[in-house]
Design a protein around this ligand. Structure first.
Ligand code: JHZ
Ligand code: SAH
Length: 379
């Protein structure tokens, strides 16, 4: 947020519920999509080298399989800056990104990607079908979890998908969030937290079958789900295997979520204690990664500029701004070494390897990282 906006922030209640029938975990309060996403939405998928590689590989796999052959068409929901569709456009395969964030869409268009600047839902899907024909692949990464009206999106996919087409979506995996106490993945943008069981139930409600699942390491643990029309594709054994792991872990059980909540409270206590001790002993602590995740941590733990003096972040759009809620100033990593702080609290644990490698001089000079998932620790 801009410094001038202090005092005009809007807060939403951040609380999750679990469905007693299909075990889907979702937020209890909805933040309207048009409040969060729009021309000024700052997230850029290409900001991480690991994610760039991930999307290039994923696009290549589609080009080798589902999109091989003449006349194929792919739609991406939440195409952001076009990192996934660029190789597909370069291979001259028909494609359309759908994303309401105008500035991100412009970056995609600069890379030769065709984008419809809009929210994907049942209506837009119908329009795309009418203008472009059926899609062989509908792909969505880190986006279906963001839609408060998942049903409208899935009805849209039903309207858009060719008879033998597939919906492939990947999102943070609730199993990893719970196991690794990654409570910072719970923030306003993330509405649904999928498991294989809840994704399968959502698929079935909309006339789809979950035919494959694959665990991914990106974003601290994700799953790629493949849905098809019933009977069109064989179901991979991975589905039954991951379902049985979920049952063994009690993932659909409210008691598992309550135990998770207790671990989160313990982490909060330890993190705040550590930050206060460091402040009292005169150490300088900064944050790294002005992520959406950081807003949950600072708000939930009551961390302000007194405990974390500033946050370094590589997105130019965030420089000179304040982190929402905590009002901690955001600065360019170019000034991180100027001079290095004693400790840096990593608010982007999902990119830990990439960031710690990039900033290796910080540790060489005696600096230490503070991580908080699954436990508070100094490395
Ligand atoms: P990241 C966003 O999560 C929001 P966020 C969204 N809801 C989502 O689901 C995921 O992305 C996909 C900085 N950074 O992805 C840049 C560096 O400074 O965890 C970004 O501000 N240096 C759509 O907001 C932020 O971290 C680096 O080397 O929690 C992005 O991190 C890297 C890799 C990132 O963001
Ligand atoms: N797929 C990218 C971007 C994820 S960020 C990646 O994984 O990195 C989520 C994106 O979804 C944002 O660009 C946002 O503008 C977009 N989005 C939000 N609601 C949407 C909707 N209803 N339809 C299409 N895109 C949407």
């Amino acid at each position: 947020m801009k410094p001038a906006e202090v005092g005009r922030e809007v807060f939403y209640n951040l609380a999750l519920g679990i469905c007693s029938s299909c075990t889907m975990v979702q937020q209890l309060e909805t933040v309207p999509g048009n409040v969060v996403f729009g021309s000024g939405y700052p997230y850029r998928s290409s900001g991480s080298a690991v994610m760039r590689k991930h999307f290039e590989r994923t696009a290549q796999r589609f080009l080798n399989h589902e999109l091989a052959g003449a006349g194929r068409f792919v739609v991406e929901i939440g195409s952001n800056d076009g990192v996934f569709l660029k190789p597909i456009s370069e291979a001259a395969v028909a494609h359309l990104g759908v994303d309401p964030s105008q500035r991100a869409a412009e970056l995609a268009e600069d890379e030769g990607v065709e984008v419809l600047v809009d929210f994907f839902d049942e209506d837009t899907a119908g329009q795309i079908r009418a203008t472009h024909g059926p899609a062989d692949v509908v792909y969505a990464a880190n986006t279906l979890s963001h839609l408060a009206d998942l049903s409208s999106a899935l009805r849209g996919v039903d309207a858009l998908l060719a008879d033998r087409g597939v919906l492939v979506f990947e999102d943070r995996y609730l199993g990893d969030i719970v196991t690794d106490t990654r409570f910072d993945q719970i923030y306003d943008e993330h509405f649904s937290f999928f498991t294989v069981r809840s994704a399968q139930a959502a698929a079935a409600r909309h006339g789809f079958e979950l035919v494959d699942v694959k665990r991914l390491t990106v974003h601290g643990g994700s799953v790629r789900y493949t849905l098809a029309r019933p009977g069109v594709r064989p179901q991979n054994i991975n589905v039954a295997e991951l379902l049985s792991q979920e049952r063994a872990k009690g993932l659909g059980d409210p008691a598992t979520m309550l135990a998770f909540a207790e671990r989160v409270q313990r982490v909060r206590g330890r993190l705040v204690r550590l930050l206060r001790e460091l402040r009292e002993s005169g150490r300088q602590v900064v944050g790294y990664g002005a992520t959406s995740k950081s807003a949950t941590v600072t708000t939930y733990c009551g961390i302000g500029p007194d405990l974390v003096s500033c946050i370094y972040d590589g997105s130019p759009a965030k420089h000179g701004k304040l982190a929402p809620g905590s009002h901690i100033p955001v600065r360019s990593p170019k000034t991180f070494s100027d001079p290095y702080p004693d400790y840096a609290l990593l608010f982007a644990g999902n990119h830990a390897d990439e960031i710690i490698a990039k900033e290796r001089a910080f540790r060489k000079g005696g600096g230490r990282w503070i991580l908080y998932s699954p436990e508070v620790r100094i490395v």
